[in-house]
Design a protein around this ligand. Sequence first.
Ligand SMILES: *Cc1c(COP(=O)(O)O)cnc(C)c1O
Length: 422
Amino acid sequence: MWFRPEREAPPTAGLPLGITDLGGEVRAPLTALAAQWLGVEEAQLECSGTAALTVALTALSGHARSRRDVVIPAFTCPLVPLAIRRAGLEPRLVDLRAGHFDMDPVRLAEACNERTLAIVPTHLGGRVADVATAKAVAAATGAYVVEDAAQAFGAFLDGRAAGTHGDVGFFSLAAGKGLSIFEGGLLVARDDAVRDSIRRTSRRIAGWHPGWELRRTLELAGYAAFYRPRGLGMAYGGPLRRALRRGDLLGAAGEHFGMDFPLHRVGRWRRAVGARAFHRLPLFIETTTTQARARVPALASIPGVHVYSDDSGTWPYLMLLLPDESTRDAVLQRLWASRHGVARMFVHALPDYPYLAPMAGGDDVPNAREFAARTLTVTNSPWLDDASFEHVCAVIEATVVSRGAPAYPATGTVTGLPSTFA
Ligand SMILES: *Cc1c(COP(=O)(O)O)cnc(C)c1O
């Protein structure tokens, strides 16, 4: 008898690879395709989004040696402060707006001064951040803006690609973040001089490393083989459920990170795989956007549940705010270990990661902690079929209802949420 694994949905909508991506002709280099798609002159490839940020900050710090602080939201990927430290700089945390993923503009302005090298507005989970405010604060203090579009390749903001509004922008090509070469990152810069220095910095700190490239090559081959409905149970679901049984939340979310992340050049085969898959990206984004638009209303109609939405972002998953932490946890108790792609985004606000040393501003981030405690994500992978999505909605609704009337006002009236996000 053949063992036939069950279907499993991935936690984010990654672009699946096909056999034809693995060999054959390459019509244009990955960086040229990305630059054209983003509407910029040039894009630089690094071995991860984290590496791209490290290279960018190292280069920028050479232009402004007295500026050592990098200002970031207190809820973001824990790799971001690790990259800042790896570049020899100091993260400075800014609390979020209440009930929102973006930095509080007042707190942002307070955090910036003549020591600020860069501000990092972050397009979280494909939702677009307020880059204009970050740019205004940066202009007033002489800082750079580095847009974190790691999760937003293909999103737009005011008619231009998200990630191209700041001085520098970066995107992740990691497994599960849209287009993937298993680990990779793209870097864009507006200014010729900055572009030149990030190119030189990359040559200096991210040289050829055959051991890492061999490892990533095998991982990308594994990704191509297992990133499919009946492969994910083994490659993703099994390790996830084992981590949850151990009570290892960071393991379940894939967040055991350290300062020693690799910095190296991406090899030709992986670049070619990304270039061959690229032509399917526009249709994939269109499909996942249509699916998300169709699915947001069902989740948003559950009393006390808020779904983050906008008109021009991308949709790796649907990001939900639950009435309170215990309701969120009760939902995850029933769904995180299921095969339906329900997960947490980042487990903690940044000050609460045991492996991150204390950071400036970290003692006063109540909104970031609240956001970490009350949010969860529902995959927007096309492999979560309608019946499974309806099941997820039903479980969330039953859990919220069984816990009584929401302790918080219903959708659209949550304090601090702008009406455009209702
Ligand atoms: C994933 C992520 C990063 C880091 O990108 P990698 O390619 O995984 O190194 C940075 N910022 C955010 C918001 C992310 O989600």
